[in-house]
Design a protein around this ligand. Sequence first.
Ligand SMILES: *Cc1c(COP(=O)(O)O)cnc(C)c1O
Length: 397
Amino acid sequence: MTFPRPAHAGASLTIDLDAIGRNWKYLRDQIADAAAECAAVVKADAYGLGAERVAPALADAGCRHFFVAHLDEAIRLRQWLPSSLHNIYVLHGVPPGCAADFVEHRLLPVLNSLPQVDDFAKHAAKLGRTLSAILQVDTGMSRLGLSRQEVGTLAGAPWRLAGLNLRYLMSHLACAEQHDNSANEAQRRLFDQLRATLPVAPASLANSSGIFLGRNFHYQLARPGAALHGVNPVPGRENPMRPVIRLQARVIQTRCIEAGDGVGYSHTWRATRPTRIATLAVGYADGFLRSLSNRALARFAGVELPLVGNVSMDTTTVDASGLPEGALPPGSAVDLIDPRHPLDAIAERAGTIGYEILTSLGRRYARHYVGAASAAEEPDAAPNRRAPFTNLTGEPA
Ligand SMILES: *Cc1c(COP(=O)(O)O)cnc(C)c1O
């Protein structure tokens, strides 16, 4: 994957691999049962942050189980995690006619329906060997997995699993980020009921937020994704995760406008006094969502620069009147997301969730990966530890 050179890009995305490794260890340590493991969900190119870099950093931290959504994502991920120590699971299961690809690339499907079970079992029989897979049952998400009825059918015909080694029985929580939602416990109970009718296998239920619902939800494998990438798994409470990204955009030009002048498409903002406007090289085509228009704040040298006017495709305008004249020359790097002004806050202002901000970020940013994930055990002691975030010029911020 190639990204623009810093000098050629309008904006930059800094990704702290050390923070991702530490977030994984933190979640692993939340899982009370020593026999339980912590996986990493790295679908959608590791939530937009680059699976090619993120997954090896997680492997260095000790992760052995990786989930992606599509078969294509899994085949790519296998290049970056060649060791057979690393299990790669495909959440969407086996696309019709693609069972052989799972064997060739050493991938494990999550089987989500009886036809998927039958097809994969048939492939195992054809090869005359046992194939490993996860079996997903639906306990209330109504999205993927065997229905209660299908589980009943399978329980009455367990021979349909012949040739399959069930690594895990899994299900997925719909409301885990709502700690007090009774749907969580209802799903957990139904999961236990359904498991009791099926062949014994280790179990997996919790996503990031599910880990924080307590040890009853941990089972033998947790599957966090968002929290590894810095999203708060416990909304409404302080984020226990380390921030992972910093987003900065360059100033293209500044101008002074008069009282009464409108800014941007449809003039959704109008100056009430003389105002200095700075135009930043980031827009909704970069995942800097249009719903942030007139709602978010940028920052430079500790000064808040409110977004004014509609976010355009490639540009965003901010009110820079709080800075002295000449303080924001072209090329200056303005902060949009940084550790003190996190992802979740900007997501809330945009009327969405951190997941959507991350996965929308796009390909036009110069990307800086920082932090040696392999040194994550004692990074504070490492003499050559790099500053976790650098600005657009590569200087420490
Ligand atoms: C995406 C996904 C996860 C990870 O969820 P997060 O909320 O990002 O932790 C876990 N399991 C399944 C089935 C998923 O689709």
